[in-house]
Design a protein around this ligand. Sequence first.
Ligand SMILES: C[S@@+](CC[C@H](N)C(=O)[O-])C[C@H]1O[C@@H](n2cnc3c(N)ncnc32)[C@H](O)[C@@H]1O
Length: 392
Amino acid sequence: MTSKKLVSAKQTKNDEFYTQYYDIENEVKEYFDFDPLQFRNKTVLLPCDDPDWSNFTKYFAQNFERLGLKKLISTSFAPESKNYKYPVQLSFLETNSAQFNKDKTNTHGKIFILERDITGDGRINYDDLEWDYLEGDGDFRSDEVRKLRDEADIIITNPPFSLFRDFFSWLIESNKKFLIIANKNCITFKEVFPYIKDNKVWSGHRLWAGGMWFETMNPDDVDEVVDGVNMKNIPSIWLTNMEHDRHHSPLKLMTQERNFRYSKHKEIRGRTKYEHYDNYDAIEIPFTDAIPSDYEGAMGVPISFLDKYCPEQFEILGLTQFGCHDGLPDIRRYNEYKEVRTSDDKETGASGAKTNENAVLEGKGTKKTYYRNAEGRMVHSEYKRILIRKRK
Ligand SMILES: C[S@@+](CC[C@H](N)C(=O)[O-])C[C@H]1O[C@@H](n2cnc3c(N)ncnc32)[C@H](O)[C@@H]1O
């Protein structure tokens, strides 16, 4: 893949980001180490892949026996159906095969299957991959790929970001185990958050900080070139419903008193209490490591808390955005307030309704805008917060 020449950077929805081998290896290893039975005798489907070149196909084919898989299926999306077009580099595996068809290669997806030793060397590995063209273009929403999904036990991939909501619903509807890469923002999508809240989907093992590096096919949007390969850093995370140890490791926390005395955050040190929201019966905790161990009520914490979420330690009540916090209803609305610019205290023309259901604190705050009512009462909104409560 590295020698591909890239063209046409003018596409808006570029989904052509390719996952690095070591990211896949490091992640999958954690689930295997936690419980090898998660893979034993299972059929793994890798949809939205590019099996000729993909590190997903490579990793699972190379580790087929070690993981104890029953079958590996990998499917690709036809080059002509992709949003972002770049010159296709055909693999030797394809061009040297009897079934190679130079028209189909552009218009059809491909399917790669690994389940038996065809080389006769007594092992099942990469050399035993068999392939063919799919009937259609390999769209994950097609009946053809849906059928493969239904045959699989585990679905693993880095899906197209532009179709993330569709892909996630497709996964959920399958009721299968999965491990996928997603943009960090997706956690707050209303299609995704309820599953996180109910602990049906959770963060993968890899820590969120630093984003992930992908090989990009767009030469005009590159963050770094490594050994001649164009790389892009994207704030991505793994999302899963498979088990790994971090999912059950409680956060080590200090009491409120110790936070006010020893917190590494100057915003917390020296305080005598945490601020209480104006519109939720909960306190504002601006840093995950400042969550107190001895507070029994509801707390609003940064989204990145989900990176450390242990369901045995905390219960998730909701998210401070429209319709996502049934577990902790908001108790005040700001329809009669006006939005005001902090720099000159002039109204922007927007209504205070804009901040309804956000995490709202009393006072002017330090953000670019705040909200003021006719009596001069001021409030401001915090970043999105996850609403949580300690389990008894
Ligand atoms: C983010 S890339 C990841 C590729 C590969 N899984 C990897 O990580 O190396 C997503 C892939 O999905 C493909 N894709 C886009 N829309 C698709 C669709 N509707 N059905 C199947 N694949 C699709 C893109 O062309 C792209 O190759």
